[in-house]
Design a protein around this ligand. Structure first.
Ligand code: FRU
Length: 470
């Protein structure tokens, strides 16, 4: 599509598609989802001049991964979001096949976007430009064009700039694939966001003690948590293990020491960020009060996404809730952002044997569970099942393609669960954030939670208020 045909087509798609999406019983009540079409990665997550901004990879035209624009929402409280002007459209020669993922920074008072211009060629190859755009007085963005071309030694898969400031200089990590088809994270430095100098490879497959770890690393994000640094990345092509890395593509984290003087990161092994069926391409932001918040895409680029029933209603995917990150004993902890507590109403408390627990409406629900002595199973409308064993959790769901049960695991002793439920999703926080399992599921009719087993339970629950984007 050309620049002059894409914008009218987006407008038409939204006018036609949004009412239909909002009527869909699977459309979230309080999570962020696209007005119509396909949403994938969170982009440009930032608290800028006190207000939250979240951009998103968006194809408004249909549910395929084409025509990627940056949609834009803003919020004062991380709960109530409003639509902002469309931020980026693929309308220049250097971004004609997609304004791909990236980040936002405050450049001396100007909200500035760093994104990847993706360009595909007829022979199937591609190139990528790292580009800038600055916010204008109308709330839209003016493109400044590319600031970095494809570096030598890498394929056309170099993208997803995450930019931050450290000791007065700008740093950027990029996801990359080297010419030997190994996934890497590249590090750059700049004084002004315009001229970038390479500091080499920060991490990747067959680097820093990692063995073979995938053919492409997407969406890196490097930040400090206390004394340590954490690198988040999405290594594509990691070999699945018996109970980990079972999705087509995972989100992963590594922690260690970042040495800015030499541009090196000494780190430990790769860990999965989220053990559920849908989680990918997370991005973090630092809040004004010093918290590191993360939002992920509650989706995975894989063969089954097109089979989700919302596609027939013209929309697909949603974000996770915002999460607060910390490190405890070397373990990445994720907890629902404290702002989410403002969604709670109608508090209930119940104690007893699981088999006697009340049935709960699960389409807007927060549930805290403490259990001991026995078995426990949570069944969401016969569509998604969580079983709690002494050795961990098993989450089961039928494949949309084959109808066969598929399972995801969290290993370790479980003492507490915190579940955040929406109409077609659940986020399960384990042991105060030591693990998370995020999954979509598509019940027939409003979701009901049925708890069974002989474990002794202490349940605390709240209904969650609807929170639509305006
Ligand atoms: C991750 C990703 C990014 C890319 C974007 C395109 O889901 O593949 O690497 O920038 O999606 O939409």
């Amino acid at each position: 599509m050309t620049a002059s045909t894409l914008l009218p087509a987006i407008l038409q798609a939204v006018l036609r598609g949004q009412p239909r999406a909002l009527r869909d019983p699977h459309y979230p009540r309080w999570h962020l989802a696209p007005p119509t079409g396909l949403l994938n990665d969170p982009n440009g997550f930032i608290q800028f001049q006190g207000r939250w901004h979240l951009f998103y990879q968006w194809n408004a035209l249909d549910c395929s991964h084409r025509h990627k624009c940056w949609g834009h929402w803003s919020s004062a409280d991380l709960l109530h979001w409003q639509h902002e002007p469309l931020a980026l459209m693929p309308d220049r020669p250097y971004d004609r096949d997609g304004c791909y993922s990236g980040s936002a920074v405050d450049d001396r008072g100007t909200l500035t976007l760093c994104y990847t211009g993706n360009v595909k060629f007829a022979d199937g190859s591609r190139t990528a430009w790292q580009c800038l755009a600055v916010q204008n007085a109308a709330g839209g963005f003016d493109k400044l064009g590319p600031v970095l071309a494809l570096p030598a030694g890498y394929t056309g898969h170099v993208r997803d700039p995450k930019v931050w400031q450290h000791a007065g200089r700008w740093y950027m990590v990029l996801g990359a694939q080297d010419s030997a088809r190994r996934g890497k994270v590249l590090l750059y430095v700049s004084a002004d966001l315009r001229q970038w100098q390479s500091l080499g490879e920060l991490a990747g497959s067959q680097l820093g003690g990692l063995g073979e770890a995938g053919y492409m690393w997407e969406c890196p994000d490097l930040f400090s948590l206390g004394e340590q640094s954490v690198l988040i990345c999405c290594p594509q092509g990691l070999a699945p293990e018996a109970r980990r890395f079972l999705n087509a593509h995972p989100g992963a984290w590594l922690s260690g020491e970042m040495d800015y003087a030499s541009g090196t990161f000494r780190h430990g092994p790769l860990h999965e960020i989220d053990a559920g069926f849908e989680f990918y391409a997370p991005q973090t932001a630092l809040s004004d009060d010093g918290r590191r918040l993360l939002i992920g895409w509650m989706g995975v680029p894989d063969g089954e996404e097109r089979l989700q029933p919302t596609v027939a209603q013209g929309w697909i995917h949603q974000m996770t809730c915002p999460r607060e990150l910390s490190l405890r004993d070397g373990q990445l902890m994720q907890q629902p952002a404290r702002e989410l507590q403002a969604l709670r109403y109608d508090a209930q408390h119940w104690q007893g044997v699981a088999d006697e627990a009340p049935r709960l409406a699960a389409d807007g629900l927060e549930l805290l569970i403490a259990a001991h002595g026995g078995a426990l199973s949570l069944d969401f409308s016969d569509t998604l099942r969580l079983s709690w064993q002494p050795t961990g959790l098993t989450l089961a769901r039928r494949s949309l393609a084959s109808g066969e049960w598929q399972t995801r695991y969290w290993s370790g002793e479980v003492t507490h669960l915190q579940l955040l439920c929406d109409r077609s999703s659940v986020e399960i926080f384990i042991n105060h954030g030591a693990g998370v399992m995020s999954s979509r599921y598509f019940p027939h009719g409003p979701s009901q939670l049925h708890i069974t087993g002989d474990a002794q339970l202490d349940l605390q629950s709240w209904s969650l208020r609807d929170c639509m984007v305006e």
